[in-house]
Design a binder for this molecule. Structure first.
Ligand SMILES: Cc1cc2nc3c(=O)[nH]c(=O)nc-3n(C[C@H](O)[C@H](O)[C@H](O)COP(=O)(O)OP(=O)(O)OC[C@H]3O[C@@H](n4cnc5c(N)ncnc54)[C@H](O)[C@@H]3O)c2cc1C
Length: 384
């Protein structure tokens, strides 16, 4: 189906690319504007749970992702001091059947490369940093740092936690620093030598934790992500620090984890931020999705998942309700998404997901492509 409306997606991240791919398949003319000059292989892993994989399967991306990422045999929670297994969520054929899709851990660079194949060639415009929006009755003009000023009927802000689109909609407000930093390292599994590790383990300490998993089917690349409290943090940008940073932070942990951090090499440290809950996801012809709208703490591995689900629901709403006046579609999108995203925000702040036996069906079994759409406005709820 060919549709008249031109849609501009700002940001070629996880949410922006997924949204563009769906909207293009639904017949919309979509251009994605990305500030970066090109895609870079960012040094980090990402967990894609069954609810994400079901959405990406609709774009034909499940097989390519299974080729570059690993299907771990389980998600294991262990106590920081005794090493006791607190909980083990088996990830096997039975769980895949139950959740309706696989669970994959993958390098973000590899995920991005696969996602980009779902978007029509030539529809991602790099080197375009949005600096302003000028809405009129029928359209919105996008203003870029490089002087470009294209117009679109609909603008979707998928430009991440420091979103410019959000600033235009809601006013300037820096993200909320949570008092913690993420310490991330990637290294070759050869360094583990005679100390094998499980596919995916979260080590739970009293005031910090560390997640360790393989990112490839060959189990040759290991990813560590520690969350550690700090008194203060100045830089918005990630900084690279020597491995002593990680070794010191987890010095009192179980020997299994000390062996891991000792071979990890340099760590990339960045602040962990989120934003308080808000329910204004759109205005006029402009809508927000993913981290631009509702960044969550990375303790449920769900921020990217929410961006992907947003993309599917927003595309469905625009296709189902019509795009002449997108406000109706945006209301349906927000009403459908807010209760689920709010629960994910709450659990992510609590940092309790999979610590012990956890009811997971509501999260993993959800399919954003078939879930019912909510046509009325959601009731505003309290900020978490
Ligand atoms: C340590 C850590 C671990 C995490 N682990 C997981 C996990 O395992 N699973 C999971 O689901 N989520 C995880 N997340 C969360 C996940 O990374 C984010 O929620 C996800 O990347 C959000 O996707 P997005 O598309 O909304 O934004 P982003 O991925 O941030 O993409 C935004 C894009 O917009 C571009 N952009 C920004 N400003 C502009 C502008 N002015 N003009 C043009 N372009 C612009 C950026 O360059 C970028 O390409 C983790 C987060 C952290 C911090």
């Amino acid at each position: 189906m060919h549709r008249q409306q031109r849609i501009a997606v700002v940001g070629a991240g996880l949410g922006g690319l997924t949204c563009a791919a769906f909207l293009q398949r639904l017949g919309f003319a979509v251009t994605v504007y990305e500030q970066a000059p090109a895609f870079a292989r960012i040094g980090a892993g990402i967990i894609l749970s069954a609810n994400v994989m079901k959405v990406l399967r609709r774009l034909g991306l499940d097989r390519p992702l299974l080729e570059v990422g690993i299907s771990p045999d389980a998600f294991v929670s262990r106590a920081w001091d005794t090493g006791e297994t607190l909980y083990e969520l088996k990830l096997d054929a039975a769980s895949e059947q139950r959740f309706g899709g696989p669970y994959i851990n993958v390098h973000r660079g590899d995920l991005h490369a696969v996602l980009a194949t779902a978007v029509r060639p030539g529809s991602i415009v790099f080197g375009h940093c949005l600096v302003g929006l000028e809405p009129s009755e029928d359209a919105v003009r996008l203003v870029f740092e490089n002087g470009a000023r294209p117009e679109a009927h609909i603008v979707i802000g998928a430009d991440g936690i420091r979103s410019k689109v959000r600033e235009v909609l809601l006013g300037p407000e820096p993200p909320r620093f949570t008092g913690r930093v993420a310490q991330r390292a990637i290294f070759s599994a050869e360094r583990l030598r005679e100390h094998p590790v499980r596919d995916c383990t979260k080590w739970w300490g009293p005031d910090r934790h560390l997640l360790a998993y393989f990112m490839t089917p060959r189990r040759d690349e290991v990813y560590l992500m520690g969350s550690v409290p700090v008194a203060s943090w100045e830089s918005e940008e990630p900084v690279t620090r020597p491995s002593t940073e990680l070794i010191t932070a987890f010095a009192n942990f179980h020997a299994d984890i000390r062996r891991l951090v000792e071979v990890a090499g340099d760590v990339v440290v960045s602040p962990i931020c989120d934003r308080p809950r808000h329910d204004r996801w759109s205005s006029g012809r402009i809508a927000l999705l993913g981290d631009a709208c509702h960044p969550v703490r990375p303790y449920m591995a769900a921020g990217g998942a929410m961006a992907v689900e947003d993309a599917a629901i927003l595309s469905r709403c625009l296709a189902a309700i019509g795009d002449d006046d997108p406000a109706d579609a945006f209301r349906c999108y927000a009403a459908t998404r807010i209760p689920r995203v709010a629960e994910v925000q709450r659990i992510s702040i609590e940092n309790s997901w999979l610590y012990g036996p956890t009811a997971t069906d509501w999260y993993f079994c959800y399919d954003a492509w078939t879930a019912p759409l909510t046509r009325q406005t959601a009731e505003p709820m309290d900020n978490p």
